[in-house]
Design a protein. Structure first.
Length: 223
């Protein structure tokens, strides 16, 4: 990517981030109301600014996910890796988001929204704090996500949304191959046309880096 295109990309991303952040803040303020509590949110935990941000961002994700193929361009990628360890070791280590710290090159922190069980899935809602490379600079990102883990069947899915309309759907499957485990990350990236190549390139490289680090540390016993 040329220096001029990098600068244009950074300006566009920052502009979209500012506009969408204003929308998220507006929806969050409406959700919180003048008292700071959302009347429609039941349960023992008070409704926080984190809850409001997650709900507003997830609403944007659902809307934009419905535009994939029209307003958004979508690309599919499959990333298989064989890990020389049994599935009962590989699955809990690989599906544990905390194990990506220090292994995923963008991930800098995580805000835990809530966890619950829905049917056969253990569901976790979160906001990942990332530094996303854009040429010579990094753009701070707040990536809203939901992970659904099906431990009995050894697979999980993760859906994430980040400004300005970048969506990643990930389904990770685990299959025993002798004493080893075949892990396959099925990735679907959706983004505006101007960002799709950048999104796929950065997303794939980050997933491969995390994947190889997981393989190394599961095999050497660190995980």
């Amino acid at each position: 990517m040329s220096g001029r295109r990098e600068q244009l990309l950074v300006r566009r991303v920052r502009g979209w981030k500012s506009n969408l952040l204003a929308v998220v803040m507006l929806v969050s303020a409406i959700a919180l109301g003048s008292t700071g509590v959302a009347a429609a949110e039941p349960g023992p935990k008070s409704y926080s600014a984190l809850d409001a941000e997650w709900d507003a961002s997830w609403a944007a994700y659902k809307f934009e996910a419905g535009q994939a193929g029209s307003l958004l361009v979508t690309r599919d990628v499959a990333l298989p890796v064989t890990i020389d360890a049994p599935i009962d070791r590989v699955f809990p280590a690989y599906s544990n988001f905390d194990n990506s710290f220090g292994r995923h090159p963008f991930l800098k922190g995580v805000l835990d929204r809530r966890s619950y069980t829905e049917g056969d899935a253990d569901v976790w809602e979160f906001i990942a704090l990332e530094d996303i490379p854009a040429g010579p600079v990094s753009i701070p990102g707040r990536t809203v996500g939901q992970q659904r883990t099906y431990a009995a069947d050894h697979w999980y899915s993760t859906d994430t949304w980040d400004m300005p309309g970048v969506i990643t759907h990930q389904t990770v499957t685990f299959a025993e191959t002798g004493g080893a485990t075949l892990v396959t990350e099925h990735l679907t990236f959706s983004a505006p046309a101007v960002l799709i190549d950048y999104t796929v390139q950065n997303g794939v490289s980050a997933h491969i880096a995390n994947q190889q680090a997981m393989k190394r540390d599961i095999e050497n016993g660190t995980l």
